[in-house]
Write a protein that binds this ligand. Sequence first.
Ligand code: SF4
Length: 415
Amino acid sequence: MPHTEPFLVEVLNCNTMSSKPSIVYYGSIQHGNPGRFASFSQKVDEVVKKLDFSTIEKKDKVAVKMHLGFNDGYQTIPVFFVRRIVKAVKDAGGYPYVTDNPTAVYNAVNRGYTSETCGCPILPTAGVKDGYTYKMKIKYKNVDSLELVGSLHDADVLIDLTHVKGHNSCGYGGAIKNIALGGFHGPSRWHKFHAIHESFEYWNAEKCTPEHAKKLVKSCPKKCLKYNEEKHKLTFAFDMCNQCMECIEADKDIGCMKIRPEYFSAFQELMAIGAKAVLDTFDENKVFFINFLIDITALCDCWGIAQPHVVNDIGVLGSRDIVAIEAASLDLVAKEGLIESMIPPFIKTNLDPEVDLHPFARLFGPMKNPYLVLDYAEKLGMGSKEYKIVELLSAKKTMKMKTPKGAFETEPSFF
Ligand code: SF4
């Protein structure tokens, strides 16, 4: 064994007034010792150990829900870590499979994910034609149902394995989004989640002439507004809107256009509802959340592009409470802040230090406050925003420890 000292646990941060906050285990990317025992990969293993897979029963079918990226989007969770987590599931007696939408699965090999490298099958969430689903009745604004994917519905255990990053629709792509949008088939995602703003009257057709509609379209620097003169219809791509209010300024004499916080918060509320529908299909002792806060990009993995990381690498978190792990992730990102030189120039970022915004809301606008989803999730009883971070193998502790001798490469050598 490379080190003989007792397992290292350090309480770092307590975002709570309550006597029973949810525990979030944390392994920092920073290490205090060149010994392998103190490195990030060992911390990932320690977080998984602390999460305690003993509630996985022999032969349980274990869905490891990931986002495997698209096209050139390689900045997802390295297969190196996926393989280790998959092994831990197998050691606990479970039958794991990695699962994501059919497109991401089909070309996952281009980003290094295969059944050989992951150590388990990779399955499309809703079958090869994205049609293997279970209809869930949902009563929320213009949504009456969502189609939950079969690969999660049929699983005995869920490992929500998430790459933390920004997201242009809601500010933040984390564990809730991974199972909320990722837990439903394509038409649910694109025609229901991404169309939720259509349940609001953001434009008054009667008040607006075609000429004025064209002026509104021109006013938007993000090209979020489109006008169909034949149908006299103005459409609004809320996903791309950063609430700069240029359109409202252009509309001040007519007043036919509105940009309201509820258009954006509705997406987050529906995400909480969707994630709850997924989690409700599992025994509460059989859900595990692991967030990787590395290679934190501005846009989601689904953009399928290589991107600069806009926040420094932070580490890995693990919890049994989805709300707690999301709150801890967002707080750690807020503490780290944005790396200004890495922000893509096409993202109009609010860097005014006088304005109190989370880094992801600086990127995507104040109405895309990433904490909102946590309020909705907490209200739905999905977990608690009150958490206690327990750091494992902290740099502060390991720097005081001796580096083991001869503990570098132990595998057979060709030399
Ligand atoms: S508020 Fe949104 S829709 Fe209006 S101009 Fe700005 S980006 Fe475009």
